[in-house]
Write a protein of this length. Structure first.
Length: 170
């Protein structure tokens, strides 16, 4: 199964996605970590973003070839980006999309602190929010707070079981 976990910076998607991958014993690829590992100087240009998404796509393809579940963690803020992943995943595996959201005041607070792999700040959140293209495909939306990751995981597992069941029935 391929799981795209998407959302704006500071939404809590990486905190959630990393734990989801642990619960599922899935491979886990994080766009922020890829950017930090592969690029000495990060400009967040369109070309740089494309390189990061290309690396995510490669990781997904390798996991699929090895018959492993994989959780991909990135903003996935544009339809054109998501479509590439969906097209490749749908050809060979079950695909699920999970969008993580959070209240803007919580996002502002989260982004005011430094984080291990992400350099995003509140202005980054605002820029991506302006460019965000809503997902029109069926997906799960989870609201993140600072105390509900266990509830989010329960809802996600239930949703993933439903997606697998639905896929088998078609």
């Amino acid at each position: 199964m391929v799981i795209l976990v998407m959302g704006l910076p500071g939404s809590g998607k990486s905190f959630f996605a990393s734990r989801l991958a642990q619960v599922l014993h899935a491979d886990y690829f994080n766009s922020d970590r890829i950017r930090m590992d592969r690029l000495d100087k990060r400009t967040y240009s369109d070309e740089e973003k494309q390189r990061v998404y290309d690396d995510l796509l490669l990781g997904m393809e390798q996991s699929i070839q090895q018959h492993k579940n994989v959780v991909l963690d990135a903003t996935f803020y544009k339809n054109s980006i998501r479509e590439k992943f969906m097209e490749k995943a749908n050809k060979t595996d079950v695909l699920a999309c999970i969008e993580v959201i959070a209240a803007e005041d919580l996002i502002r607070k989260r982004l005011s602190h430094s984080r291990e792999f992400s350099e995003a700040r509140f202005d980054t959140y605002q820029k991506i929010l302006r460019e965000w293209e809503p997902l029109t495909e069926k997906h799960l939306i989870l609201e993140s707070t600072n105390q509900n990751v266990h509830i989010m995981l329960q809802k996600a597992i239930h949703y993933l079981h439903w997606i697998k069941y639905e896929k088998r029935g078609s």
